[in-house]
Design a binder for this molecule. Structure first.
Ligand SMILES: [Zn+2]
Ligand SMILES: [Zn+2]
Length: 158
């Protein structure tokens, strides 16, 4: 039903505004809009991809960059570097949980991994006096599909 979907959307939107408030960031229209795009994204997006998904009511690209930098600072998003010099961003869940990916060097396919560096690593940095600690960690490999020797991009076997 359209009305059900409508109320679900507004509940989601309210939850996102709640998260903005908790993060200490001011609730602005571009921030709400960027969060909304990230909330429905099926994979991490670059700032350009986010901007183009904002449609006709998009703010300018520089504002998208700034929103993402703010979100990263307060832990709302995780930044991913997939090796093509294009940072991509993904919404963390409510508990601050985030994902790391394994990226295929040949087809650039991405698969989420259920790993994260152990907590004591960040504790160690905190003990050394660092604050506002975050991390970024991706794995690069050749996926099972691309291991097929007939694939032109597949690495040579011995
Ligand atoms: Zn592949
Ligand atoms: Zn992690």
């Amino acid at each position: 039903m359209t009305s059900d979907k409508g109320s679900q959307n507004s509940a989601d939107s309210q939850r996102r505004q709640e998260r903005l408030r908790h993060s200490g960031l001011r609730n602005t229209r571009p921030r709400r809009h960027v969060l909304q795009v990230l909330a429905v994204a099926e994979q991490p997006l670059s700032s350009r991809e986010i901007h183009s998904r904002m449609g006709a009511e998009a703010c300018d690209l520089v504002t998208v960059y700034r929103c993402l930098a703010d979100f990263e600072r307060v832990g709302l998003v995780q930044r991913h570097e997939f090796g093509d010099s294009n940072a991509r961003f993904e919404l963390n869940d409510q508990t601050g949980h985030h994902r790391h990916y394994v990226v295929c060097r040949v087809c650039h396919g991405k698969e989420p991994m259920d790993v994260c560096p152990p907590h004591w690593l960040e504790e160690e940095l905190r003990a050394r006096g660092y604050s506002d600690i975050s991390h970024s960690m991706e794995f690069f490999a050749v996926c099972p599909h691309c291991r097929d020797d007939s694939h032109p991009g597949a690495p040579q076997r011995q």
